[in-house]
Design a binder for this molecule. Structure first.
Ligand code: SF4
Length: 354
């Protein structure tokens, strides 16, 4: 049989796994056993699949290799218990995963790409560019590895870490299907959320997928010129086209959508900005999530203080907007997307003496 790419096997459904095993001419029930080992018992090697013959385990390791990412570092916030992992895949690719504890359960913010090519100016992940996409199986491994390391089952997944999920469309959709698969991981669909910078054709495609997925748009500016300057990867679409794609998503799926709005002092925090935002999203079942900008040293953005943030929230409320201010998590462990990976890569580039 032909060899599957490393870690692709975890992203297969039970039926796909059965089909992939056909060339081995083994008993049909073996596929179910292997699937359960991977997704229910969550072993991290074929060696641990104790009810499989030794020869079959060796063949599988050769033809369908998989290997959980290793934790390069683990940092825990003293403020709120947020845990930030830097994980390394066998090819050396580094991704961040952040575990956050809420009253309603434990949520994992996971990465969908190694780096990102969208180059958003407020984000450390965009500075180094994109290295590669993650496979659905690798994203599942992020979930399984962190869950095993922490010894707890996750109740929510947010695809909001490094990478633009809709720039890795097929693998991300596959991941959402697998992580919510009742035969496998079995997370309820309402517990999975995805945040995009707004790749319009793929928002419209996603609306047709019939995935029980909460969708958030990183909007951040209501004027095209400012949005395109802040988020160069979105230059192909206007703000209006992007918001209208979100409207279609809300209509087709019957789900409320979220608009993320990073607040930057002096750039996007005026009364006109608030009014234009309200006008754009009128009629869309929505939540606006305000996020005071995280400082990324070389970009020089000013973070509004609590009073300024509250004032902008009030302006939106006056316009009838349903708005909240995001609670900051893990600020003492480089909680902002991409900072930990970036620091590690700079260290590796500088060599072992630094
Ligand atoms: S904010 Fe998201 S889309 Fe933009 S560069 Fe960072 S990871 Fe990429």
């Amino acid at each position: 049989m032909s060899r599957l790419p490393v870690n692709a096997v975890i992203g297969l459904s039970r039926a796909e796994l059965s089909e992939a095993l056909l060339p081995l001419q083994i008993e049909r029930y073996r596929a179910g056993q292997i699937f359960d080992w991977l997704h229910k018992k969550r072993v991290s090697s074929y060696e641990e699949m104790s009810n499989l013959p030794a020869q079959l385990r060796r063949t599988l390791a050769e033809d369908m290799p998989f290997s959980y990412p290793e934790a390069v570092s683990r940092r825990e916030s003293e403020k709120d218990g947020t845990v930030k992992y830097l994980l390394s895949y066998p090819d050396g690719a580094l991704v961040e995963s952040v575990l956050m504890h809420y009253r309603h359960g434990t949520s994992l913010c996971l990465s969908s790409q190694v780096g990102c090519r969208m180059a958003c100016r407020f984000c450390a992940s965009g500075i180094l560019g994109k290295e590669r996409n993650l496979l659905a199986g690798e994203m599942l491994e992020e979930v399984y590895a962190v869950s095993a390391l922490e010894g707890e089952r996750l109740s929510n997944i947010v695809i909001m870490g490094t990478g633009e999920p809709l720039d890795n469309y097929d693998e991300v959709v596959r991941f959402v299907r697998r992580v919510t698969d009742p035969e496998g991981n079995g997370l309820g669909g309402r517990q999975v959320a995805l945040s995009t910078c707004g790749i319009v054709p793929n928002i419209l495609r996603l609306a047709e997928e019939k995935l029980p997925l909460a969708l958030a748009l990183s909007l951040h500016a209501v004027r095209d010129s400012l949005r395109h300057e802040l988020m160069p990867g979105t230059r192909a679409w206007t703000v209006r086209e992007t918001v209208e794609a979100m409207r279609s998503y809300a209509i087709l799926t019957g789900r409320r959508v979220t608009f993320e709005y990073i607040l930057i002092r002096g750039l996007n925090d005026t009364e006109e900005d608030a009014q234009e935002l309200a006008r754009l999203i009128r009629g869309i079942p929505h939540l606006v999530n305000l996020i005071p900008v995280n400082p990324v040293a070389e970009r020089g953005f000013c973070r509004p203080d609590a009073a300024e943030t509250a004032a902008f929230k009030k302006m939106l409320e006056k316009c009838g907007i349903n708005v909240t201010i995001r609670r900051e998590m893990g600020s003492d462990v480089e909680g902002a997307c991409g900072q930990l990976r970036r620091r590690r890569m700079e260290k590796l580039k500088a060599g072992p003496s630094t």
